[in-house]
Design a binder for this molecule. Structure first.
Ligand code: CP3
Length: 345
């Protein structure tokens, strides 16, 4: 039998089983740091690119070809399913998602309807084609966690302090709960579409969760992320749960239900393993900014991450957050080779 993606190092490490080498992929591996990406995207808006299966397939494959990473991540965006259920939004270059009419009231919340597979036919088509092209390399599907999606919707765009989000969360907890319930349903449905079309793992991105204290995370965000993860448990693919700035509540992240906890660069993986506790694999966590340092420094830092990961029950090498736009693609290729050679055996 030919080994498929279910036997891949990514899936096996996520299940805390032995692997021939530590699997490595990069958040935001498809994107502006690649000249071939900039070329194919020229003149095509971000959301339009996400809705064209030919472009989604090609852009998703670009980093796999160039780097030999152990996983592909679907080229899409966390706000795409919101667009697909009728939220008026755009992704503005250099800024990020911008929402035409921010969500502030219960009536605004009620306009966010559930996502049906027929709302994102281009995603199913692209995933099916990708799975054929990728062979034994797993495809990671993803969704934004309810808190991070809510922050964009309530603020109307990217935010430094998330003050309107917190004002709603604390001032109208019933509206907040209704909003996060709906976003949990949308995120779970979006993950389900991707896995049913053939994705071998999923990642829930809670990029802005670090704006919360541990107590507020536990009350206002964690229950909804747990719901998303539970809603896809029956699909039996590894679930990766990633947040930025979540060092203070890694233990709670570990309890949310995912097999793998994604760790940013602020907490060394040995300490993260201690905070997360047994029964979980870890993903991470090279500081993406380190990739701008000289190659010997990068190599030393990669070895540092691998050494710290030894106490983890399973390890998927990644950055502590997404690839920065000015990153030299050759440096990422070296990191992949180094992770593979250092851990082969
Ligand atoms: O390679 C991959 O990781 C797959 C594709 C992917 C994109 N966005 C493509 C993209 C993934 C997984 C995301 C997730 C995403 N989108 C997150 C969570 C991960 C994270 O980085 O924290 C968030 C917060 C978003 C929202 C968003 N979309 C931001 C902040 C931006 C960047 C805005 C900018 O231009 O600086 C986007 C746009 C976006 N999503 C780009 C890409 C490749 C850049 C758009 C472009 O190339 O024009």
């Amino acid at each position: 039998m030919v080994a498929g993606p279910a036997q891949s190092p990514l899936v096996q490490a996520s299940r805390r089983r032995p692997v021939p080498h530590t699997p490595v992929w990069f958040m935001r591996q498809a994107g502006r740091s690649l000249p071939e990406y900039r070329k194919i995207r020229s003149g095509v808006a971000m959301l339009e690119a996400c809705m064209r299966p030919d472009l989604v397939v090609e852009i998703t494959l670009q980093p796999v070809r160039r780097y030999g990473v152990d996983a592909a991540i679907l080229f899409s965006d966390i706000v795409l399913p919101l667009k697909a259920v009728g939220v008026d939004l755009d992704i503005v270059p250099g800024t990020g998602p911008v929402i035409a009419e921010p969500v502030r009231t219960r009536a605004d919340v009620e306009r966010i309807r559930p996502l049906e597979p027929g709302d994102v036919p281009y995603v199913s088509t692209a995933v099916r084609e990708l799975v054929g092209e990728l062979g034994a390399t797993p495809l990671v599907g993803f969704a934004g966690a309810p808190f991070t999606l809510a922050s964009y919707l309530v603020e109307g765009g990217p935010s430094r302090n998330h003050e309107r989000t917190k004002a709603l969360m604390l001032g109208a907890p019933d509206v907040w709960a209704a909003l996060l319930d709906r976003l949990a349903d949308v995120a779970a449905a979006f993950l389900r579409v991707q896995v049913e079309a053939g994705a071998s793992a999923v990642q829930l991105f809670d990029s802005w969760a670090g704006a919360l204290s541990a107590a507020d995370y536990e009350t206002y965000a964690l229950p909804y992320s747990s719901r998303v993860l539970a809603a896809v448990a029956d699909l039996e693919v590894p679930r990766i749960h990633f947040g930025v700035g979540t060092g203070e509540f890694l233990g709670q992240l570990g309890q949310a239900g995912a097999e793998v906890v994604g760790v940013d660069w602020r907490v060394p993986l040995d300490e993260a393993a201690r905070r997360v506790g047994p029964g979980r694999a870890l993903q991470g966590n090279l500081d993406p900014a380190v990739l701008g340092a000289p190659v010997d420094v990068v190599a030393q830092r990669v070895r540092g991450v691998l050494a710290a990961a030894r106490t983890a029950e399973g390890h998927v090498f990644n950055l502590g957050h997404g690839v920065l736009p000015d990153t030299d693609p050759d440096m990422l290729a070296r990191v992949v080779d180094l992770v593979h050679t250092e851990t082969a055996g």
